[in-house]
Design a protein around this ligand. Structure first.
Ligand code: M6R
Length: 596
C-alpha cells in the first residue's frame, strides 16, 4: 500500500523515480505523483491513475537532480488529483510524500493548525503544514521536522523536500517500511529494495522513529532527539532478474510456475550438511515448551495457516488454534497457559497482524514470524523467525508464498516431533515434481476456465477435510482476480443452506485428495449435479475416477494442499485472463496491507 521513491544525485531523476514507482506498483495504488526540484523551482505532476498516465503528464523537458515520487492507495479522501501525493505546505516551501496513517490528525489540526487552510482531504498534508508552522516560528527545518515527528501518532514513511535546500532529502519512518539505498554520487530512498535494486544493492535500514538526512554523497541517521546513530550497510539479497517478468505476460503466472523451484529451495535451506531437516533448536524448543500454538494471519496466509494447523496437529501432535488477525486483536479468546504465537505473513508488513503482535508481546508471550521478507516489521519484531525463501512475490494474488508457507510449516511440524515417520525432505521433493507436472498442463486449465468461468456470475469450490482449506484459498484466488463471486464450502455443509444457490450451469469445483472423504464428497457432487451445477473435479490420482477432469499426481496425504492448489491458481488466472481483468493488480487491492 502506497509506495515511495526518492533520489538525490547528479543525474536527472525522472526516469529513476518513475521506473522505481513502477517496481512498487505491485503494492497496490490508485493515484501517483512526482516532485522534481531544479534551478527553476519545484515541479509537481500528479493525478489519479496508473504510472503510465503519470508518464504522460510529466514534462520530460524539466530536468532535476533531486526528486520524490509516490503511489497512493486512498485512505483519507478520494483518489483524485488533489489528494494525490506529493503534498505541500501552504507557502509551498515543504513538499512531501507519505506512506501510513496519521492517527491523531484531528487533534493536530485543532492544536496547531487553526486558521491554516488545507488543500486536500489527506492526513498527510497536516505533516507538511506543521513543519511549515514550526519553521515559521523560528525552528531550523531539520528541528521543525523532528519536532513534528514527535507529535505525530500513527504510521509513517516520509520523504520531505525543503525548496530552500536543494542538497538534501529528509526521510523518517515509523511502522511503515522504508529503506535507504547507498549509491556512488547518489543516494536513494524507497519503500522496498525492488525500487532501487537496478541502481544499488547497498542499503541502510531505517528503524522506527528514526530520521535521516540524505545528500548526494552522504547519509546521516538520527533518532528523533537529534542523536546521530551509526548504522552498518547491508547488502541486498535481491537479484534484479527476480523482479522482472521475463517472457511471462503476468507476474502471477511466473510465480505459479516458480512453485516447484521454491519447494526445492526450501528443501535446500532447511537441511543441515548431513542432509537432515534443520530448524534452529531455539525455535524448536520454544514451540515444544508451549502448550498451544496460536496461528495469526490474514487472507491467503490465514488459509495456509489452516493447512499448517492440520500439519502441526497430525505430525507434531501440537494443539493449534488459528485466528484471523483483525478479529483476534479486538476479540481475544481465552488463552492457554503457555501459548506461542506464529505470525504468517508473506510481506511481514500486514498491519492487522502487527497489531496482534504488539498486544501479545505486551502480554509477554513468545512470538515466531513465518515471512518471505527478511527485515520486514514482523521479522524484526518477533522473537523467532522462519523465512519462506519464495523470492519476491509481486502479483497481488499470493501463490508461491502460500505453498512456501505450508511447506515450511510441514518442516517445522516434523522437527518438533523428530520421531515422526514422515520423511519430509523426500516427500517435499515428490511434491515439487508433481507441481511441475501440474504447471505443464496449462492448456487444460485454460480450456476449463474458458468453458466454465468466462461469463459466470458466481462459482463454488467444495471439499472436505484439508480439501476444504484448499477450497477457501481457491475461492479467494478466483474472486480477487476475476471478480467472480466465489465461495469455498465444506462440501457436507452445502445441504444446510447454500445449496439453495445452485442453479442450472452454476460452476461447482470439487477438490478430492483424501481417501477418507472421497465417497462423501462424491455424494455431494451428485447432489449439486442433480440441481443443475456444472461440476469440475480435481482429484488425487490414487482416488480418481475416469470422469475427473483434473488429476493430481500422488503425494503424501499430509501434503496434498501443496499440489491441489495449483490447478485452482491456474483456473483463476485463465478465468481472469478471459474476462479481461488486470491480473497482477486487481481492483481495490494492495499487496501489503499496511493499514488496519
Ligand atoms: O503479506 P501477508 O501475507 O500478511 O498478506 C495477507 C493478505 O493480505 C494476503 O494474503 C491477501 O489475502 C492476498 N492478496 C491474497 O492473494
Amino acid at each position: 500500500m502506497c509506495g515511495i521513491v526518492g533520489y538525490i544525485g547528479y543525474e536527472d531523476v525522472k526516469e529513476t523515480i518513475l521506473s522505481g514507482l513502477e517496481k512498487l506498483e505491485y503494492r497496490g495504488y490508485d493515484s501517483s505523483g512526482i516532485a522534481i526540484l531544479n534551478g527553476t523551482g519545484l515541479h509537481i505532476y500528479k493525478d489519479k491513475g496508473r504510472i503510465a498516465h503519470l508518464r504522460e503528464i510529466v514534462d520530460f523537458g524539466k530536468e532535476g537532480t533531486l526528486g520524490i515520487g509516490h503511489t497512493r492507495w486512498a485512505t483519507h479522501g478520494k483518489p483524485n488529483k488533489i489528494n494525490s501525493h506529493p503534498h505541500q505546505s501552504s507557502t509551498k516551501r515543504f513538499t512531501l510524500v507519505h506512506n501510513g496513517i496519521i492517527e491523531n490528525e484531528d487533534l493536530l489540526r485543532m492544536e496547531y493548525l487553526q486558521g491554516v487552510q488545507c488543500e486536500s482531504d489527506t492526513d498527510t498534508e497536516v505533516v507538511a503544514q506543521m513543519i511549515q508552522k514550526f519553521t515559521d516560528e523560528g525552528k531550523e527545518p531539520e528541528l521543525a521536522i523532528r519536532y513534528t515527528l514527535t507529535l505525530i501518532e500513527g504510521s509513517y514513511a516520509l520523504a520531505i523536500i525543503d525548496c530552500e535546500n536543494p542538497d538534501v532529502i529528509y526521510v523518517a519512518k515509523n511502522k511503515s517500511p522504508l529503506l535507504i539505498g547507498k549509491g556512488k554520487e547518489f543516494n536513494m530512498v524507497a519503500s522496498d529494495a525492488m525500487a532501487m535494486i537496478h541502481h544499488t544493492n547497498e542499503f541502510y535500514e531505517l528503524q522506527d522513529k528514526e530520521f535521516a538526512i540524505i545528500s548526494r554523497n552522504d547519509v546521516s541517521i538520527y533518532n528523533l532527539f537529534g542523536m546521530q546513530i551509526q548504522r552498518d550497510i547491508f547488502l541486498g539479497e535481491l537479484d534484479a532478474s527476480d523482479i522482472e517478468k521475463g517472457t511471462y505476460p503476468h507476474y502471477m503466472l511466473k510465480e505459479i510456475d516458480e512453485q516447484p523451484f521454491v519447494i526445492r529451495r526450501i528443501i535446500a535451506n532447511y537441511q543441515d550438511e548431513n542432509g537432515n531437516l534443520y530448524i534452529d533448536q531455539k525455535i524448536i524448543e520454544a514451540v515444544r515448551s508451549s502448550d498451544k500454538v496460536y496461528i495469526i494471519a490474514c487472507g491467503t496466509s490465514y488459509n495456509a495457516g489452516l493447512a499448517g494447523k492440520h500439519l502441526l496437529e497430525k505430525i507434531a501432535s501440537k494443539s493449534t488454534e488459528i485466528h484471523v488477525s483483525s478479529e483476534f486483536v479486538y476479540n481475544m479468546p481465552l488463552l492457554s497457559d503457555r501459548p506461542i504465537f506464529i505470525f504468517i505473513s508473506q510481506s511481514g508488513e500486514t498491519a492487522d497482524s502487527r497489531a496482534v503482535l504488539v498486544k501479545v508481546k505486551e502480554m509477554g508471550y513468545p512470538t515466531l514470524a513465518l515471512t518471505n521478507v527478511k527485515g520486514s516489521t514482523l521479522y524484526r519484531e518477533t522473537d523467532y523467525q522462519l523465512l519462506l525463501h519464495a523470492g519476491p512475490e509481486i502479483a497481488v494474488a499470493s501463490t508461491k508464498a502460500y505453498t512456501a508457507q505450508i511447506a515450511v510449516l510441514a518442516i517445522l511440524a516434523c522437527r518438533i516431533k523428530p520421531c515422526t515417520k514422515v520423511d519430509m525432505l523426500r516427500e517435499l521433493s515428490i511434491v515439487a515434481n508433481v507441481m511441475e507436472a501440474l504447471c505443464d498442463n496449462k492448456d487444460l486449465y485454460e480450456d476449463l476456465a474458458k468453458q466454465y468461468l468466462s461469463d459466470t456470475r458466481n462459482c463454488f469450490y467444495i471439499g472436505r477435510h484439508v480439501d476444504y482449506y484448499t477450497c477457501l484459498e481457491a475461492a479467494l484466488k478466483l474472486k480477487e482476480i476475476s471478480y467472480i463471486q466465489t465461495e469455498g464450502f465444506a462440501a457436507g455443509e452445502l445441504k444446510h443452506g447454500t445449496i439453495a444457490l445452485i442453479e442450472n450451469d452454476t460452476p461447482v469445483i470439487a477438490v478430492i485428495t483424501q481417501e477418507s472423504i472421497n465417497l462423501n464428497t462424491r455424494s455431494n457432487i451428485k447432489e449439486v449435479k442433480a440441481r443443475g451445477a456444472a461440476v469440475i473435479t480435481i482429484a488425487l490420482k490414487r482416488i480418481s475416477s475416469d470422469a475427473d477432469q483434473i488429476i493430481i499426481g500422488d503425494v503424501h496425504e499430509y501434503l496434498t494442499p501443496l499440489v491441489s492448489i495449483i490447478p485452482t491458481q491456474l483456473l483463476a488466472y485463465y478465468a481472469a485472463l478471459h474476462r479481461g481483468c488486470d491480473i497482477d493488480k486487481p481492483r481495490n487491492l494492495a499487496k501489503s496491507v499496511t493499514v488496519e
